[in-house]
Design a protein around this ligand. Structure first.
Ligand SMILES: [Zn+2]
Length: 358
């Protein structure tokens, strides 16, 4: 049984005018739980915990794992070395500023690929006290150096969604000229709605051409990170960056599991991600990072298959009338989709009716 065959969604999603806006090529996920995710306030993951999480991420079939930012963290160096010895199947990527010393550290560790970041918005440039010309020069130097040392580079334009478009274009093209092979559209402050995300990704895809993979990296400040990532796919992004449970600083990053579910089940977009494992991985990550998830959180919350309301609970007795919550099992089954570790359950409370008991 396929995962999505047990998910009940509206037929409206399959309408040609909706479906045709999505690409049929596989969307892949770049996980940054161990780097951007660890920036969640109060979270520190030990190298051993990072290895345990990396192994679980690997079970999800994720294409890439961002293993850390080794120049600034001896613990990340140790974590990366543990992962390198663990035969992780996903590509291990590093993280680096457009700074030669950061890249030298990647080379020393034997990493072969990295995101290389530089700020592009005037707000960020002013905060760092550097000019547009300075940043262009740094990007070109750093990416050329990475290329000379055999490192595949994805250029990551920090605060790209608040950057003047002509300068953003100039920086991406300069990065590609210097040897970057991929670019990342970055909504650092979670400042875009889905329409703006789609607009920008479509523009960037036009600038860089069809042979250059475009990533989307978003945050959840308006609760729109999943919607923005889906919109970015519509705009042409073939890689989505995010974290398990959406963990990250402020309101968090985009939640890779939620995005995978939406792309696969609502829009029939092929993905490289095993939804059957996501609850297990979510639990491992939240336990290691010592936080508790909302019980009502999509895909991984504890309450998703429980019903208390009498009106809804009564439908558990009439298979044809299963509630049409998009995550509910199909009417033909009383068990949750096979990627859930939970059983459907009714519970007694002030909104329950007699059907919960009989
Ligand atoms: Zn981020």
């Amino acid at each position: 049984m396929t995962t999505d065959s047990k998910i009940w969604v509206s037929e409206l999603n399959a309408r040609p005018e909706i479906r045709s806006a999505f690409p049929r090529a596989t969307v892949r996920f770049y996980d940054t739980t161990l780097r951007d995710g660890e920036q969640t306030v109060g979270v520190v993951l030990s190298p051993q915990q990072k290895l345990e999480i990396a192994r679980k991420l690997d079970e999800l079939g994720l294409s890439r794992i961002e293993a850390g930012f080794p120049r600034v963290s001896p613990d990340d160096v140790e974590a990366i070395q543990l992962m390198q010895r663990a035969n992780i199947k996903a590509e291990l990527w590093g993280f680096s500023r457009a700074v030669k010393g950061d890249i030298e550290e990647l080379v020393r560790l034997g990493l072969h690929a990295s995101v290389i970041e530089a700020p592009t918005s005037d707000i960020k440039l002013k905060a760092y006290g550097i000019s547009r010309d300075d940043v262009l020069r740094r990007v070109i130097e750093a990416i050329s150096f990475a290329k000379q040392n055999g490192i595949t580079a994805a250029f990551f334009a920090v605060d790209g969604t608040r950057t003047e478009l002509e300068f953003l274009k100039k920086t991406y093209l300069a990065a590609l000229d210097a040897g970057a092979t991929e670019v990342v559209v970055v909504d650092t402050m979670g400042a875009c709605g889905p329409e703006a995300a789609e607009f920008l990704v479509r523009d960037v895809c036009d600038w860089v051409g069809p042979k250059t993979p475009v990533h989307w990296h978003g945050h959840n400040d308006f609760g729109m990170a999943t919607a923005c990532a889906v919109a970015a796919v519509r705009g042409g992004a073939s890689w989505i960056q995010g974290t398990i449970n959406g963990m990250g600083e402020r309101a968090g990053n985009a939640d890779i599991g939620e995005i995978a579910l939406a792309l696969r089940c609502l829009y029939d977009v092929p993905i490289q991600f095993d939804l059957k494992k996501v609850r297990e991985v979510s639990a491992v990550v939240s336990r290691a990072a010592e936080y508790t998830l909302e019980a009502w959180k999509p895909l991984v919350g504890d309450n998703l298959f429980m019903r208390e309301s009498g009106a809804v609970a009564s439908q558990f007795h009439i298979p044809e009338r299963w509630p049409a919550s998009f995550i509910s099992p199909r009417p033909s089954s009383r068990t949750p989709p096979n990627w859930s570790m939970l059983s459907a359950a009714l519970c007694w409370g002030k909104r329950a009716g007699w059907t919960a008991l009989i």
